[in-house]
Design a protein around this ligand. Sequence first.
Ligand code: HEM
Length: 416
Amino acid sequence: EDLTIDNVADKVAKRPLPLFNPRDPDFIRDPYPTYHRLRRQSPLLWDPAGNYWLATSYDVCSEILRDRRFGRRYEAHIENIYRRGMMDQTAFRLMAMTMLMQEPPNHARLRGLVTEAFSARRVVLMRQRIRTLVGDLLDQLVPRGTMDVIRDFAHVLPVTVICDMLGVPAEDTRLFHETTISTRMLDPVPMNESELREANAMFEEQGAYFTNLFERRRRDPEDDLITALVQVGDGGGLTDDELLANVWLLFAAGHETTRNLIGNGLLALHRNPGQLARLQLDPSLIPSAVTELLRYDSPVQFVGRTALEDTDIAGTTIAEGQVVLCLVGAANRDPAKFGEPDLLDFGRSNNRPLSFGGGIHFCLGAQLTQIEGQEAFVGILSRLPGMRLHDADEPSWQPNFAIHGLKTLMASWDPA
Ligand code: HEM
């Protein structure tokens, strides 16, 4: 049928227009103008192209994250994205068994096994070890005069910390250099065949490594988290696959995100010399600065939930089975919650960004990552006060939506 002036509007209206394209490089580089546009339309929007709701305001995101009428239906969620069964794929089968994707009571059972290790009390005791690690890393880097902040620092620190906790020997950590494919799995856009192969291969390779390590710890127990979990598994109702999936989760969640807190944070400091100077003058601002950097450019941009029943919220009915993306990156810039939301300001009081999610899945590593972030920024600011960032105008971003971070960030300074 020919397009005429009479039917063109009709055609356009019927074709589902995406509210935004999560693969658009401009969106990935700077998602915040899009979030403002969407929030001005409504705090809760149906995206016909993506087949999901978007929660764009602080209040609605925060409410949905805590509301138990919303939870996880991982398999249905993945079918909605791929429109076919995917649970026979190694990557999705294991992801489904992580606590992150589980509902009560399984969720509580899995999370309960590791909460103590990540408690505020235990993590505070790790600060000195983290400080030493930062110092050692910078001892190696400072004489070089140059580094890729992401590869040489922001990646190495959290990987070393989580490997320490789990009991992964230091000489094996280089096995875990390229794991970003797993963050691609969190996006609401199907992976292509080669990405799927890459994700399966990563899980198989890391799975083989961890399975071997579990065997070693069964034979020769050590004072580490993997030994503790292996011992629970033997008779405690933790299957081998659950053990593997959740150790893998701690490992991946423990560094992909912290790396981006450090990377996005250094970029934001560089682009806001006033706040950088303020922090250099008053280092007691460091904890507030880390919170504000988490708000300003969150390493996690959205958290997904599925309605477990028909639910009325924000004047709208969300039908059972429908998915909501709680855009925490948008919530963190909601002007109704944060004055001048697009300004980086280390003086904010009562600053409570949603970067760690909320409700029963609230980030297990929240305390740990804040200490890592604080020590990382203190270390860099004190040891490399004259550090220059090279590609700060056009840095290269990882092409992902859920996890927001840089591929590389080149820096240099005058070696002393
Ligand atoms: C869950 C963010 C660092 C372990 C989450 C969630 C968010 C998040 C938003 C909730 C997901 C949801 O509700 O669907 C972050 C950010 C980090 C960070 C922004 C750093 C800047 C860490 C670290 C660890 C960790 C260092 C561990 C060593 C976990 C785990 C979960 C989780 C295990 C799942 C908890 C559950 O399902 O009960 N994180 N995270 N995270 N995070 Fe983090």
